[in-house]
Design a protein around this ligand. Structure first.
Ligand code: ADP
Ligand code: MG
Length: 298
């Protein structure tokens, strides 16, 4: 397996595409505002001592505790609730705002699992963390997104947990522990569909845990209004779409991606290329579709 394939992508931040994408994410600013101070602490852990010295004569014991945090953030929630998109866009905005240096965003691929050869997964993971650490360098920072982390970080106690998986979780925990020595130059965001399946030792280390939910009625209305603005839907039409994408008949509320990546293309395909998209295209499609199943146990 070649080194390049351990990562799905390596992006220099700030990045214009990610900046543009954050504008299309409902609730991005609110969520970013909520966690940015904490994220900033993680990314600048090396400066906390100096801050403590300057402002508290170095006597603030809490300063030391905080700089000992693990540079691990966990995003959890059902598939399609925006974890990956938010992680990428938040990383980007953080670098944009800090304006000091470029950073690199790595997205670890599930290929790090390897092909099943004994010891392969652990080795690939060590390689991946090494690569990230090296590229962070002296001043540059790196943000590592471990997407769909369930498969790498599943609890070692699970009955079906194989030896290989246990080794991988151990390696992951060790790697996160070692990142702490870097004073925040590398921060990891692990995304998972099921927080409860993650190894408790990993969850315990997380400095930030953010939950992602399916959109509420109001959020779906805002999403539809943003995406369908030019259709000038009437109030009752909007209400009908909000209801059609809500929880009903034992089915859960639709996720963001159910609406954006399944409903829209399918509705559009009815109209394209012969005629304009109509409210009826959207409603009939919505009524014929089912939302993706709930994965996360409450
Ligand atoms: N907050 C949001 N606002 C608007 N669209 C969103 C939002 N979150 C997710 N989406 C849409 O859903 C798609 C899937 O999101 P993604 O981040 O891949 O979800 P997850 O990683 O939780 O499975 C995105 O490409 C985007 O179109
Ligand atoms: Mg994802």
């Amino acid at each position: 397996m070649s080194e390049a394939s351990i990562f799905d992508s390596e992006t220099i931040l700030p990045d214009d595409q990610l900046a543009a994408r954050s504008l299309t994410l409902l609730g991005f600013d609110e969520r970013f505002a909520r966690v940015k101070n904490q994220l900033r602490l993680l990314l600048h852990a090396d400066q906390i001592q100096a801050w403590n010295q300057k402002n508290h004569g170095g006597h603030l014991a809490l300063g030391t505790l905080v700089s000992d945090q693990y540079p691990l953030v966990i995003f959890h929630g059902d598939v399609g609730t925006g974890k990956t998109a938010m992680a990428e866009c938040m990383a980007n905005r953080l670098v944009e705002e800090s304006r000091t240096e470029d950073s690199i965003l790595f997205k670890m691929s599930n290929r790090v699992r390897g092909s099943g050869k004994v010891g392969e997964m652990g080795t690939l993971m060590i390689d991946a963390f090494q690569k990230v650490t090296q590229s962070a360098g002296k001043s540059r920072r790196a943000i590592l997104i471990i997407d769909e982390g369930d498969s790498l970080a599943a609890a070692r106690s699970q009955a079906h947990s194989h030896h290989e998986d246990k080794v991988a979780v151990n390696t992951l925990i060790q790697s996160i522990d070692e990142l702490r020595k870097l004073g925040g130059r590398v921060v990891t965001i692990l995304c998972t569909n099921r927080l409860s399946a993650l190894d408790p030792a990993l969850v315990r280390r997380a400095a930030i845990i953010e939950e992602f939910k399916r959109p509420s009625d109001i959020e779906r209305q805002q999403l539809l209004s943003m995406d369908l603005a030019t259709l000038n839907l009437k109030g009752n039409e909007m209400e009908a779409l909000v209801a059609a994408t809500g929880a009903k008949n034992g089915q859960p509320t639709w996720t963001y991606s159910d609406i954006r990546t399944r409903l829209y293309p399918s509705a559009l395909s009815r109209a394209f290329p012969a005629r304009p998209l109509t409210f009826d295209d959207l409603l009939s499609t919505a009524n014929a579709m089912r939302p993706s199943p709930v994965l996360e146990d409450a």
